[in-house]
Ligand binder design. Structure first.
Ligand code: SF4
Ligand code: SF4
Length: 404
């Protein structure tokens, strides 16, 4: 696509990157077929092709308005369009650059600004989020039914196996996962313990930065990334861990991208590259035949592959193979490439579209009459749980149960 970027951005690293991405787009529109928001809203400006056009115009210096921002806000950043695009257009990175420009040139309503500021302040702080969750759980019995479904039931934090193996890997606790589902990392620690790997958490390691970055507080998101690198660095630098394991695919996609997101920071670029190179999704560190030999047939499971796993990290089929190797029967899920509507804070900021996408996703997941729905990301897990009575678990909890 022919582009003529405006002076304000043309000679910046972001401008050069955006121009290279824009030049690859041939405007063919193949990507619209797999865009969830285009499927729901039917407007070309809510498709990848339309959004690329809006970003191009903004970077060329055209006027941007609240309407421009609305079409970018409605994008889930699911990156299904990247998987579909035959020209290799890195839409997600272009959207980051475009959103920063549009955010700086428009003004949100006070209510919109307040909502986003509260989310950006509270969610990346595990203690603040944990305290708010505890209050909401205490009030759960008296909440209206619709709100009750959105507040997860309280879960006990199970014990971890003591570190006893020479092979050690770091695991990220994350910001909201320890409050909502503390059993996930404990299950991961038990499963890896079976195969001779001790999982450890680094003191002070908190949010990966995705939450604030995708709320368009991009520099504060980068501050979270730097803080996490600082927390991990002593164990990475002395070689005492061989990998960094992610149990939430959303965090995994972000940490694997530190190499690009901090590329312009001379103090952190080398560390960021090392951290990204060491990062693995949990499914990448468990051997394909699972932690234990196949046992008796277990229940039917529908796997929801989060966008951050299948599009962000391009990991497909590994979790399904592990579940099958452990004795679960996988059901067929149609349109498995489509987002469930969770997308970080999207379900809170765009509730109508998120709810429509969840309804479609749950219909596809439940069509095969599963006993359980499995997923790989805490955001998808809590979003899906709020819409169904079928149990929704992280897949590692199912592997843990199978190995018990
Ligand atoms: S992003 Fe890719 S698939 Fe979409 S219009 Fe551009 S070239 Fe075509
Ligand atoms: S990231 Fe997802 S929602 Fe956004 S344009 Fe691409 S396919 Fe559509």
């Amino acid at each position: 696509m022919q582009t003529e970027l405006a002076e304000f951005i043309r000679h910046t690293p972001e401008g050069r990157e955006a121009e290279a991405i824009l030049r690859k787009c041939v405007h063919c529109g193949f990507c619209t077929a797999t865009c969830p928001t285009y499927q729901v809203l039917g407007d070309d400006l809510d498709s990848p092709r339309g959004r690329i056009y809006l970003i191009k115009r903004a970077l060329e210096g055209a006027e941007v308005t609240g309407k421009t921002r609305l079409h970018l806000d409605r994008c889930l950043t699911c990156r299904a369009c990247e998987t579909t695009c035959p020209s290799g257009v890195r839409y997600g990175r272009l959207a980051d650059i475009g959103r920063a420009v549009v955010e700086a040139r428009t003004r949100r309503t006070p209510w919109d600004r307040a909502k986003r500021a509260v989310l950006a302040w509270a969610l990346p702080r595990p203690r603040v989020f944990g305290a708010a969750l505890t209050i909401a759980q205490a009030l759960r019995p008296v909440l209206p039914a619709a709100l009750q479904r959105r507040v997860p039931k309280s879960e006990e934090a199970p014990a971890w196996p003591a570190p006893r193996h020479e092979r050690r890997m770091l695991v990220l606790a994350g910001c909201v996962q320890p409050g909502i589902a503390p059993g996930i990392n404990a299950a991961a620690a038990r499963v890896l313990d079976h195969i001779g790997i001790s999982l450890i958490e680094a003191p002070g390691a908190a949010c990966c930065g995705a939450l604030r970055f995708h709320l368009n507080y991009q520099e504060r998101g980068r501050d979270d990334m730097r803080a996490l690198i600082d927390a991990w660095w002593p164990m990475v630098a002395d070689g005492s861990v061989e990998a960094i394991v992610m149990t939430a695919s959303g965090c995994g996609a972000t940490v694997k991208d530190y190499v690009h997101l901090l590329a312009e920071d001379p103090a952190y670029r080398d560390k960021a590259a090392r951290i990204s190179a060491l990062t693995r999704d949990l499914a990448e560190v468990i051997p394909p035949d699972g932690p234990r030999p196949r046992r008796a047939a277990l229940g039917r499971v529908a796997f929801q592959s989060p966008c951050t796993l299948q599009h962000g990290q391009q990991i497909r089929g590994k979790v399904e193979a592990l579940l099958a190797a452990s004795g679960y029967e996988l059901t067929t899920v149609h349109d498995a490439h489509l987002c469930c509507g969770s997308a970080g804070t999207y379900s809170l900021l765009q509730p109508a579209i998120a709810s429509e996408l969840r309804g479609r996703k749950l219909a596809a997941l439940q069509a095969g009459m599963p006993a359980c729905i499995a997923t790989a990301n805490i955001g998808c897990l809590s979003h899906l749980r709020a819409g169904t009575d079928v149990p929704v678990r992280h897949w590692i909890e199912l592997l843990d149960a199978a190995a018990a």
